[in-house]
Design a protein around this ligand. Structure first.
Ligand code: KG4
Ligand code: ZN
Length: 335
């Protein structure tokens, strides 16, 4: 068995996780610790320089917590992985340098990981059962505050981006609509909570991009429509329920079209928005086999980076060089 440490400092969460890679190929999450930065709240958005500084201050403590949650010593680690992109460069550098230094000190291999591959593999650990293993080809829908990407995972490590948002990310729309309706922050959970008390038919939102034959997404029109509805006096719960319903419908419809055209039967849904229970319900009730990350693995975390590294190790991918840098923009294609 090999113990892998995973680090993610791509944005405003300091995440460190530990995964055990078993000889039979099973990857098991042993620890998942996240420090969510709160300094940004008063600015209404993430301040990159503050994020970097906070990662520097917190990463030691988060790692200690992760090791003790896993019940191991640092010397037990057999590999170290850290996100190298995409993300805020200054923030990424903290985790990347920390991971490289640790791997050098321990004399174990280092794996630079792609943040989106991490999101996808966050669901892979859940998918391993005696009856079902997540093996390509399958679709992967990453829906977070920064991403709305639909990938066709054609082979292990080969990702084809077949659709993406044309404007706002799905999570960003949840956050912005929650803010305009005064429902609180972060917007995703606030909308989900308010929606329980609202009427999903309260606002007649028009489903985005109805005419397309491709697999793109759009959320900015819904944001404008929500603003107008709010000004017209629609209640917070009705607005939340109606927006959540149309957002889920849009995400599902595009994914189903892609699955039908490409002949895919399985979809991994991950990223912060994948925590949404209406979305889980709708995908779960569809004809696709929908696979979601386990508890605490939807939003940014370090365990998903260790899971991506476990997959890399399993498929015989070579460790990364120490000169691999941090990249703000990093398309996921072949890794
Ligand atoms: O993956 P993540 O932690 O960060 C990014 O990489 O962006 O995702 C955060 C996003 C936020 O926009 C948040 O509002 C959204 O995920 N989110 C949700 C829920 N929980 C978090 N959106 C909808 N429903 C939820 N329950
Ligand atoms: Zn993310």
């Amino acid at each position: 068995m090999q113990l892998i440490l995973g680090i993610d400092t791509s944005c405003d969460d300091t995440g460190v996780g530990v995964v055990a890679l078993h000889p039979d190929g099973r990857a098991e999450v042993r620890a998942n610790r996240i420090w969510s930065q709160t300094v940004h709240a008063r600015y209404g958005g993430v301040m990159p320089e503050l994020a970097s500084r906070e990662h520097v201050e917190r990463i030691d403590a988060v790692m200690e917590d992760a090791l003790s949650e896993a019940g191991i010593e640092v010397a037990d680690l057999g590999a170290v992985a850290a996100t190298s992109g995409p993300g805020l460069v200054g923030a990424l550098l903290v985790g990347l340098m920390y991971g490289k230094g640790l791997s050098q000190g321990l004399d174990v291999p280092f794996y630079a990981a792609h943040h989106l591959e991490g999101h996808i593999f966050a669901a892979a650990s859940e998918a391993q059962t005696a009856e079902f293993q997540l093996t390509p080809p399958y679709l992967a829908l990453v829906v977070s505050g920064g991403h709305t990407h639909l990938f066709d995972v054609v082979a292990e490590g080969t990702y084809q981006l077949i659709g993406a948002t044309r404007d706002d990310a799905a999570g960003e729309a949840f956050d912005k609509i929650a803010r305009l309706a005064g429902l609180g922050y972060p917007g995703g959970p606030a909308i989900a909570e308010a929606a329980k008390l609202g009427n999903p038919k309260g606002v007649a939102f028009r489903e985005p991009m109805l005419g397309q034959s491709g697999y793109d997404f759009s959320f900015s029109g819904l944001k404008t429509a929500a603003l107008l509805a709010h000004r017209a006096g629609v209640s917070g719960p009705d607005l939340a329920a109606s927006f959540q319903a149309v957002a889920v419908k849009h995400l599902l419809k595009v994914t189903l079209r892609a699955a039908a055209n490409l002949g895919r039967e399985t979809v991994v849904v991950s990223g912060g928005v994948a925590a949404n229970s209406a979305l889980r319900g709708a995908f779960g009730a569809s004809e696709l086999r929908a696979v979601f990350p386990g508890k605490g693995l939807n939003t940014d975390n370090g365990a998903m980076i260790a899971l991506a590294a476990a997959a890399a190790i399993r498929s015989g991918r070579a460790p990364s060089g120490l000169d691999d840098g941090a990249t703000a923009y990093a398309p996921l294609a072949n890794v």
